[in-house]
Design a binder for this molecule. Structure first.
Ligand code: ADP
Ligand code: ASP
Ligand code: MG
Length: 453
């Protein structure tokens, strides 16, 4: 057994083609401690599989299947053992054709089954690339043998105890022999049905694997060199962050920083696993360490943006000096499995936000039926096309004189809802989606770029 055990996750762009996979294998080769290698589907494949699931036209399905087949068999052409690996890929691709073209009903189970092929294909190729680059024997593991979940298809919840048991039984013995390549994102119910952890879930899978084997470090290799002070696609002069705390990183990801799946930090916090985020394209560039404790504690470390938010405001004069209204409201929401993110209340109204992004689990749950049920005891107003902006840092709830400069910088912006004080690590608010990127740019300049100069 090595002294340290590291779990390394390589995302979609890191799996884009043979060259990208080779770069990842070279990162692996340099470090004997990287024992469990968790991979995403090749970039764009999960989107193609989602289109395949959504398609009702056999010709269109065949076109998508052909595209998926070609892109994987093309990567395999660069392998020394092309013939052997292509046979494995063709078996998977034939099964995918069969599952997709013979499906009679469109169900979440079918979606999970189809989407799982993305990671199955990429991991089959990547295991071979690692073996070719390192010259070592590499074990390929079907993640579904370990990643046991509930049966909540498309957004399954991991069963931590079962995963730990299976890891002990299946994964740890393999690690003592050599490196293991497995899939992110996919899991299995106890009855053997394929599930997925939700879009972007490979980060979460890697964290769960790391937890299950008591890894010392979890590495997330992606297409940016680090976690940045905000999404570099929105603010090109965003700064890489050297160190950030578990709490801050959790807030940042929950509030929209795509670089980490929102649940990634949960297993890391439970087992105090250090997390490193680095670039598989420029691995020599310094990345970000996510740690329990950091040396600095800036009030504002980073800014995140989450699009596709819906604001529901309910009013009722009956609320005035009454009890039970909130309980009744949340009973209805809970009955329909509606996940509420932010809440603010006044004497006669309550505002709450829902995530209605294309990949948000349960986004369709807030439907006409819920609206009708609520209308029986209050007036309901719905506003779409909003975005949530969060300032993430430390002691935001006790720092005096913060909201003045923040909202002063946004004089012309209609701020729809503000949450301040509930968390020491964030101050967040809703704005119209059209102005959201501009707001991030203004705040980033004022509170990060200009302060660091
Ligand atoms: P992967 O395929 O490796 O999982 P993702 O596309 O899911 O990669 O996540 C990486 C992307 O996250 C980056 O390309 C970047 O645009 C985006 N991102 C959003 N917020 C941040 C942030 N604060 N720091 C770094 N990247 C961010
Ligand atoms: N392949 C999955 C997705 O694109 C999971 C992941 O990449 O994290 O959502
Ligand atoms: Mg991702």
């Amino acid at each position: 057994m090595p002294d340290l055990i590291k779990t390394a996750k390589f995302g979609g762009t890191s799996m884009a083609d043979f060259l990208a996979m080779t770069r990842c294998a070279q990162i692996v080769k340099k470090d004997p401690d990287k024992k469990v290698l968790v991979v995403s589907a090749t970039s764009g494949t999960t989107n193609l599989l989602t289109q395949l699931f959504d398609s009702t036209c056999a010709d269109e399905k065949r076109g998508i299947l052909k595209q998926i087949r070609e892109r994987h068999l093309t990567i395999a052409k660069s392998l020394d053992r092309e013939a052997e690996i292509s046979v494995k890929l063709i078996n998977l691709l034939d099964e995918l054709d069969e599952v997709s073209l013979s499906a009679k009903t469109v169900t979440p189970q079918l979606k999970d089954k189809l989407l799982s092929f993305g990671e199955m294909l990429s991991s089959t190729i990547f295991a071979e690339v690692v073996s070719q680059v390192t010259g070592e024997e590499v074990y390929w593991l079907d993640a579904r043998e370990v990643m046991i979940t509930d049966h909540h298809h498309t957004a399954a919840e991991p069963d931590i105890e079962a995963i730990a048991e299976k890891a002990e039984e299946v994964l740890l013995p393999l690690i003592s022999e050599g490196r293991v390549v497995t899939q992110g994102f996919i899991g299995s119910t106890k009855n053997g049905r394929t599930t997925t952890l939700g879009r972007g879930g490979s980060d979460y899978s890697a964290a769960l694997f790391a937890e299950a084997i008591n890894a010392d470090v979890l590495e997330i290799w992606t297409d940016v060199t680090a976690v940045y002070t905000t999404d570099p696609r929105i603010v090109p002069d965003a700064r890489p962050i050297t160190e950030i705390s578990f709490d801050e990183a959790a807030e940042l990801s929950v509030f929209g920083a795509k670089v980490l799946h929102p649940a990634t930090m949960v297993p890391a916090v439970r087992k105090n696993i250090r997390v490193y985020v680095g670039s598989s394209i420029q691995p020599e560039k310094p990345g970000t360490w996510i740690l329990k404790e950091t040396r600095s504690h800036p009030v504002i470390r980073a800014i995140s943006l989450r699009r596709d938010q819906t604001l529901i405001t309910v009013h009722s004069l009956d609320m005035l000096h009454q009890h039970g209204f909130l309980a009744r409201l949340f009973r209805v929401l809970s009955k329909h499995k509606i996940s509420v993110d932010l809440v603010t209340t006044s004497e006669v109204s309550v505002s709450l936000t829902l995530d209605t992004g294309a990949n948000a689990p349960g986004r369709e749950n807030f439907n006409e039926e819920v609206r009708k049920e609520l209308s029986e005891f209050c007036q309901v107003e719905i506003e779409n096309n909003l975005s949530l902006i969060a300032l993430v840092g430390n002691n935001l709830h006790t720092t005096s004189g913060l909201s003045g400069p923040v909202f002063g910088a946004l004089e012309d912006i209609n701020v729809r809802l503000i949450c301040h004080g509930a968390s020491s690590h964030n101050l967040c608010f809703l704005v119209d989606s059209k102005s959201a990127e501009g707001v991030v740019q203004v705040l980033h300049k004022k509170f990060i770029t200009d302060r660091i100069k």
